[in-house]
Design a protein. Structure first.
Lengths: 487, 329
């Protein structure tokens, strides 16, 4: 056969070290009609825009309108069209029955997803590279600030990277959810683009034209963007990975790391640093916490091996990192404890803490009680598969209860809020809306602490069962490790 | 791929163990308490009607689905606990597979060879070997979207062979193929079997599997209803509507077949299954061949002009239908 093999063509269009998925996606993507069409349209529009720009310069007419259109025609493909291709990245392969075949290869779920992302963003990068000559032309003939333009282009590309990762994560979701999000996002972007182009045409200064982000914050924003990319890709990977890959542990470890960073920021950096980092990280923390609280336990001994191998410390870590709602409660308590520590660091010298210490503690008790409140209710709906959405639905009902109470409560006499005490999430919102009312905080702290304690007792009963199963699986895993090492 | 058997003898003799497998989708119990073993080097046919639970069982074995309860181990590795280890041993050919747009046959196989970790020189050799084996070389530059059903199946088969798996799971591989392509496919399976590979093939075309497989597994309503050889089934006797065993004989006569059918209706133990122009297919009650010989003697003595008398082997289809009858009783 080797004689025949040597007679056959050899294809060396991509290097060996490149990810197989990247090679596949590039082979497909670079020839895809969508990409080629976007590429050609952008080129034509750029030529026209730069041409008109130069013409207007020769007639001394206003050029800012062309600036606006230039950035809209750069932004739309980069921030909408190219990332939108990510929306089909996983779903299309699932529909075509091709993803299974890729999953059976040596590629891990994360490598598959990463390859898809790199392929898409490299095509976006190619688009930017194709735009660069026009940016230089604008500088050469059009007296624009080329550094500011390149900076804007860089930020746009970075934003495109994040949106593409988000689109890939979304591509693992249900079609209805994807359509709903598209319907929400695309008109919003079109509105922003139109407003932006209009403001530029009127001679205004758009957000993508100039150094609008202080250099001191670049690293923070870039780090946050990188974190979002990784978390989005990790989310997508977890959706196509076999249960034996513990993606929960990865996501939870990342959130614990962010929480520790927040503690450091709170104690060492003060309110501004804590605020900046928290604002970026809060969505990820909330998402991972909710996912942890709603996860089904996975009882595969192979999942327990890495923890059992590390003895007592490993087993202890497992109590926070094994997939499942029981460890999710422990994890949530730990994250909240770290955030409490961080906020305490921020407020340590602030007189506001002394003035409203009670409200401060009430909020933390209510947050934890609010987070775990839907879980006992969820036990009544064991057959529901979409536990994440069920959790959100229950929380939504709590929010609606608060909204109902708000409509009847009198600002000076908020007695209507008192009946919210058994519902921690509603109570939390009531305390937040009446933040100057120490009496209300004290009431909720007392009643909701009792409710929260009761909920925790119910959950502890079920958690005990879960943890005893974990213990036996840890023992099985430890025995298997011993057996393997003695063999 | 060499011409001699290359089966990995370091693998256990009992290559696949399926134990008490159950898979429930909402309210549908697709697979129920399924247990069986597959030995190294066997070609096993997996037979069942549409919706019987074939694909679900196979997907679990291929690490692509998770059982509700029960376990599957391949070469001692549990498919749930160590899917990555199992995946190194198996090849999977789904009943239908999608194509990649803007990709040629060669690029497709090259991608999978990369994904299976073959580096440059080995990769080219491997891809070309597989293309030769599956007769894909003339199609190397053809876009995947322009392949016929048969060519697509060959490509999917070739892709499965890239990592040279020890155990191959093929879900309805011959479905939708024309007779020529079906014949080619059978030859490929035969070649792999000669090389000591273990194959697990599902189909609802029974005659096809009977020729290719050492062992057959019948599944119905998610349960295994038969596990054994094809010969044992075809040698066995059919049953009538009331469940009694009978032998089927094909009788040829000179002249009109009416004499024969009249004789059969008048003689106890005989019944007419099918009347033909020059004979008939008759059923003879019981399983005793001595009685059958006596029946033939009486037929001749009664003046039936017999020129051919042949006991029919049961078709696999009949055996399968009988099996289902027994199960439903």
């Amino acid at each position: 056969m080797s004689a025949t093999a040597s007679a056959l063509p050899v294809k060396n269009d991509f290097a060996d070290w490149l990810s197989p998925i990247l090679v596949k996606e590039l082979r497909q993507g670079m020839q895809a009609r969508t990409f080629v069409s976007i590429f050609i349209v952008v080129q034509v529009v750029m030529i026209l825009l730069v041409g008109f720009h130069l013409l207007s310069l020769s007639t001394n007419a206003r050029t800012s309108g062309y600036d606006g259109f230039f950035w809209v025609f750069v932004g739309f493909p980069l921030l909408v069209l190219m990332p939108a291709r990510g929306l089909a990245a996983v779903s299309e392969e699932m529909r075509a029955n091709t993803l299974d075949l890729v999953r059976l290869t040596r590629l891990t779920a994360f490598r598959i997803i990463l390859g898809k992302w790199v392929a898409l963003v490299s095509q976006s990068g190619l688009l930017v590279a194709a735009i660069l000559p026009y940016a230089v032309l604008r500088y050469f003939f059009g007296r624009v600030d080329v550094i500011a333009e390149l900076e804007s282009l860089g930020w746009m590309l970075a934003a495109s990277f994040v949106i593409t990762a988000g689109a890939i994560a979304l591509s693992t979701a249900h079609l209805v959810l994807r359509i709903l999000l598209l319907l929400a996002v695309v008109p919003f972007f079109l509105y922003i683009s139109a407003a932006f182009a209009f403001s530029m045409a009127m001679g205004g200064r758009g957000i993508f034209s100039g150094s609008f982000i202080p250099v001191n914050y670049w690293w923070l924003i870039l780090t946050a963007m990188a974190v979002y990319v990784v978390m989005f890709l990790e989310y997508a990977a977890s959706k196509i990975a076999p249960q034996s890959e513990n993606h929960s542990a990865r996501k939870r470890s990342a959130v614990l790391l962010f929480s520790i960073i927040l503690v450091a920021a709170g104690w060492l950096g003060g309110a501004s640093w804590f605020g900046s980092i928290f604002a970026w990280m809060a969505p990820i923390i909330i998402w991972v916490v909710v996912e942890a609280l709603t996860e089904k336990p996975v009882l595969l001994p192979s999942l327990f091996k890495p923890f059992a191998r590390r003895g007592v410390i490993g087993r202890l870590a497992g109590r926070f990192l094994y997939p499942g709602w029981a460890t999710g409660i422990m994890f949530t308590a730990l994250v909240e404890g770290l955030l409490f520590l961080a906020v305490h660091g921020v407020l340590k010298f602030d007189p506001i803490l002394d003035a409203s210490r009670l409200a401060f503690y009430a909020v933390w008790v209510l947050i934890f009680s609010g987070l775990i409140a839907p879980l006992p209710i969820m036990f009544m709906f064991k057959r529901v598969e979409k536990r994440f959405w069920l959790y959100l639905l229950i929380q939504l009902i709590f929010v609606l209860l608060f909204a109902a109470a708000s409509t009847v409560a009198d600002r000076d006499s908020p007695s209507a809020f008192y009946w919210l005490a058994p519902f921690p999430t509603s109570a939390l919102l009531a305390v937040a809306s009446q933040n100057e009312n120490a009496g209300l905080a004290a009431f909720f702290l007392t009643i909701t602490s009792v409710v929260g304690g009761g909920l925790l007792l119910i959950l502890a009963f079920f958690m005990r069962r879960e943890f005893s199963v974990y213990s036996s699986l840890e023992t099985t895993a430890a025995d298997s490790i011993k057996k393997n090492s003695s063999d | 791929m060499t011409e001699t058997a290359t089966s990995n003898t370091t693998l256990p003799e009992k290559l696949v163990e399926v134990r008490d497998l159950n898979r429930v989708f909402d309210k549908v119990h697709a697979v129920q308490e399924v247990s069986f073993d597959i030995h190294r080097g066997q070609v096993v046919g997996f037979i069942g009607a549409n919706g019987a639970g074939k694909t679900t069982t196979m997907r679990i074995m291929a690490t692509l689905d998770e059982p509700t309860t029960g376990c599957v181990s391949i070469a001692g590795e549990d498919v749930m606990q160590h899917p990555e280890r199992v995946r190194r041993l198996i090849g999977w050919m789904p009943d239908s597979f999608g194509t990649y747009a803007n990709m040629t046959v060669f690029e497709y196989l090259d991608f999978f060879a990369r994904a299976y970790g073959f580096n440059k020189s080995v990769r080219h050799e491997r891809v070309h070997e597989v293309m030769e084996f599956a007769d894909l070389t003339p199609l190397a530059d053809r876009p995947m979207g322009k392949l016929s059903k048969g060519m697509g199946q060959r490509l999917c088969f070739g892709r499965m062979l890239i990592p040279d798996p020890e155990f191959m799971i093929l879900d309805e591989p011959a479905a939708g193929l024309d007779p020529k392509a079906r014949m080619e496919f059978k030859n490929l399976v035969r070649l792999l079997a000669q090389r000591g590979k273990t194959l697990f093939i599902s189909s609802h075309i029974l005659s096809e599997l009977g020729e290719m497989c050492d062992t057959l597994l019948f599944i119905d309503g998610g349960k295994i209803v038969y596990h054994g050889g094809a010969e044992a089934l075809t040698r066995g006797n059919s049953t009538n509507a009331s469940g009694q065993a009978h032998m089927v004989v094909s009788v040829g006569v000179t002249g009109l077949s009416d004499t024969l059918t009249q004789w059969a209706t008048m003689n106890p133990g005989w019944s007419v299954l099918e009347q033909k122009r020059d004979g008939a297919r008759l059923a003879f009650e019981g399983e005793d061949t001595t009685n059958l010989a006596a029946g033939l003697r009486k037929m001749i003595l009664d003046g039936v002009p017999v020129i051919e008398f042949r006991r029919e082997e049961r078709k696999l289809e009949d055996a399968f239908v009988d099996m289902l009858k027994k199960v439903s009783q």
